[in-house]
Ligand binder design. Structure first.
Ligand code: 9D3
Length: 257
């Protein structure tokens, strides 16, 4: 997959995409990332890339000419990808959106700085606006890096066997179960007995129950959108019973882990 990123901070995108699974995907040629910097298309000695908004106010906007020239240069170099603007006004990113975008052959990610970009450029050039969550960042680069990471690891061949075998949190709509390392020094104290039992069916049941229970406790919004089968409903019911029983004995109250 080819990813073009329009950004005033190409080094940030470059460095973050060199790490871990995505870095490996890049080395294997599964993703190809190119950055386009509006500053390279700014004019004058100062190569300004910000300007004041109509209507006044304290903030600056990204200057429109370098943005337009930068986009035009990418297009002239053959970049025909759909344009995604990382923006606080965008639709919130979900794993479903990540899956849809990861299946495309190319994308152009547009990162804003300052208070953002001219609405006319958004109207004419942008296909989709995406936010990574309800908090305030200082620019779109972290959003682009998040998107690149989530998309990169889904490219065919990016994950090793251990990674792919693992069920992803959110892929099946549930949070992950707790994990415990096989550490000599930490020993087995505090490790749930079932994980030491060697009973693989019981372990799978326990893990599923923990996933269901933690989702119920921490992300009821995720659970509300799922339809559980009989086995899951029964696992969750017994998790709830144990959790409510633990509430009656305050010393044991917790996550039920
Ligand atoms: C006057 C209000 N502005 C600043 C507090 C609005 C504002 C402008 C520009 C808020 C943030 C930004 C820069 N943010 C992004 O470019 C961004 C973002 C984000 O802030 N939150 C979540 N996802 C994203 S994706 C891009």
């Amino acid at each position: 997959m080819r990813l073009d990123v329009l950004t005033l901070f190409p080094d940030f995108i470059d460095h973050s995409a060199r790490i871990g699974v995505v870095g490996r995907a890049r080395e294997r040629g599964l993703i190809d990332i190119r950055c386009w910097n509006p500053r390279d298309y700014a004019s004058g000695n100062y190569r300004r890339v910000d300007e004041r908004p109509f209507g006044g106010g304290p903030g600056m906007l990204m200057m429109i000419e370098p943005l337009r020239a930068c986009l035009a240069a990418a297009r002239a170099a053959g970049v025909t990808a759909p344009v995604i603007h990382l923006s606080p006004q965008g639709e919130r990113l979900t794993q479903a959106t990540v899956r849809r975008l990861a299946a495309l052959p190319r994308l152009l990610l547009l990162c804003g700085r300052y208070e953002g970009i001219d609405e006319r450029l958004i109207a004419h050039e942008v296909d989709e606006e995406i936010s990574i969550g309800d908090y305030v960042l200082s620019g779109g680069e972290l959003g682009a890096a998040v998107l690149i990471d989530a998309i990169g690891r889904l490219q065919e061949g990016a994950l090793n066997d251990a990674d792919s075998a693992r069920q992803d949190s959110f892929e099946d709509g549930l949070l992950d179960c707790p994990h415990y390392t096989r550490s000599e020094s930490a020993g087995t104290a505090g490790v749930p007995a079932v994980l030491l039992s060697g009973d693989h069916a019981a372990i799978a049941r326990w893990r599923r129950q923990q996933s269901l229970g933690r989702t119920w406790l921490r992300r009821p919004d995720l659970l509300a959108r799922m339809s559980l089968d009989e086995a899951d409903r029964s696992l969750l019911a017994s998790y709830r019973r144990d959790w409510l029983a633990a509430l009656a004995q305050p010393s044991a109250a917790g996550d039920g882990d």
